[in-house]
Design a protein around this ligand. Sequence first.
Ligand SMILES: Nc1ncnc2c1ncn2[C@@H]1O[C@H](COP(=O)(O)OP(=O)(O)OP(=O)(O)O)[C@@H](O)[C@H]1O
Ligand SMILES: [Zn+2]
Length: 694
Amino acid sequence: MTSGSWFGTLELAHRTRGRARFRYRCRSGTPTDARTIERAAENITGVLEARVNRAARSLVLHFDDKEVELESLRTALAALSPPVPAARGSTVVEQGGPAPMVASLATLALTRYLPQPLQFPVALGAAAPLLRHALEDLVANGISSHVLEAMAVSISLARGDYTAANTTTFMLALGEYLEISIARRSDDLLKHLLRPASDQIWIERGGQEVLVAAGEVVVGDTVIVADGAVVPVDGTVLGGEATVNEATMTGESAAIAKGRGDAVLSGTLVEEGRLRVYAEQVGSRTAAARIADYVEQSLTAKSAAQLDAARLADRLVPIVLGLAGVTYFLSGDWRRAASVLQADYSCALKLATPVAFKSAMYGAGRAGILVKGGSALERLADADTFIFDKTGTLTAGTLAVTDSIAFDSTYTAEDLLCLAASVEEHYVHPLAHAVVAAARAIHGQHFEHQEVQFIVAHGVASVIEGQRIVIGSRHFVADDEGIDISAHLETVDRLYEEGKTLLYIGFGGRFLGVLALKDEVRANSAATILRLRELGAKRILMLTGDHRERAEELAEHLGLDGCHAELLPQDKARIVEELSQQGARIAFVGDGINDAPALAGAHVGIAMQKGADIARLTADVALLEDDIACVADAKALANGTMALIGSNYRLTVGLNTGILAAAAAGLLSPITTAMLHNGSTIAILLNALRRSSV
Ligand SMILES: Nc1ncnc2c1ncn2[C@@H]1O[C@H](COP(=O)(O)OP(=O)(O)OP(=O)(O)O)[C@@H](O)[C@H]1O
Ligand SMILES: [Zn+2]
């Protein structure tokens, strides 16, 4: 979209061996987010891992200091611009149909029956695409495995050994065809899975706020967007005020205040406040474009394992070439040289790892787990500490209102519930959902109220009939709002003892009543925790914004290693950061707006299916089913994938070394080498595919 560099400024803030931290400023208008930057940086030669902290505008690189100098890294970073998807490896992407494979198979089968003079041109014709690509590759990237393959085919052609040339051509075409179809299958599925997170939107119709399906919104509608929600349309603010985080679109991480007349973009996030937006661009256009971009990025991004494999493959190319030269020099036999040239490592090393990742992502998708890239799997396999959020994660989050107690006789229990629901209905929070559902069940009236304020990890506030209403935690109502609750402590304590979660309601400065809710622990939370331990989790903790007693009870019940309660979002992130610094590799599992900072700061973030948009956007893994068992499934899948990649790696190196030695010793003809080498490559690819089910 834009050309030129991303970074306005880029300063080195800190460095140690193999690690450097840069402070950056984005140019405004650059369509990028943290992930885009990370991914692009990870594509720089020598870079092992990149992490961007948007809030701190810092970029941390882990790199191989034997391979790359800090100064050249910096230059490469400064020159970064948005990735052109699939620039390299285009040989694979451009083609795709089975035609080349069928043609080369036909050539292989039929050439021997052709009249002698036709055999050479036919074999050359079949090998032509391969030779052409190799030549392009040679010009662009120097000697690569493609070049070696082409040399082997050329030698066979020159020697008039058409069967050998045709066999090699066919095996390569077959391998390529398999890789493409596998890659395409997983790409399509991933695109399908990554739909926009929220499919319902609040709009104004005839002076009323109504919730409609995303597809129903048309240009000219007035869309309401509140805290924690992603703006669903491109448009102009008609009213309201809010701070909007546009990092996903512009890369600028500081929130920007928006008010009447300002433009807002779909995909940006309302952090605080509420906006009425005139919709100018709606529907699939904007969203689809963003999603396509996103998937493109996640598919082209390389994981560390992939980079390792590719690097090793590249290093081995000159060795194979040298060995072929020496073999010819010593034996004077072109056949041997051609055999050696075919036994290079690259195919299996470079293909097996991405195929394993993609097939794992595909399998994960079918099992209800959206994994955003191979590196997310890698980090999940790495994770040794699991931290769970409570409400909506370990508990079902489908709370039920059990009691509604009004302390003021002018209000009935129903009134209290409806009063709360009128204010809560604009927010995505498990507690808010429960209150609204309970009010709907009794067909309660709607109280007219002014704009609603949402105070993250505290509650909501508004004004009804000129009086301030506050609904939220004890800390919020009693400490922050200064409402005296002492007269009703007996009732409150009794409800706590019954194991209930309480919502305090203050109205006009007085304690009006409480709503008690019962949250059920998910039936399989305990089993999931156990499975995670078996899968290598050394420590499992819980962090929650809820009341301490509730939290400790649950932590004990589930057999966790510890818990922290009454936390604010920044506390969660801080605890994650502290533990990371002590060396823990943390997988954080959460669902709420209050979990987003921790999800972003963890080694790997996992968002629950019913989570807020921001949680699902921030996380590396987003569950597509409301089932906590998927967390253990994802971990098992990640472990299995990394083990498979490791064994493929050893298998590739072992097999090809054997083939290479035998070929150099003159034990293998070019045909046998082609069959063995390509056959084993295909076997390794198929092995990599095994992970497509959980
Ligand atoms: N929309 C809301 N309406 C009323 N109270 C709320 C709302 N959001 C938060 N609160 C109050 O603030 C407290 C902390 O909220 P927060 O979202 O941080 O965590 P939580 O939902 O309790 O649990 P967890 O952190 O485990 O998800 C809640 O327990 C509740 O009392
Ligand atoms: Zn507070």
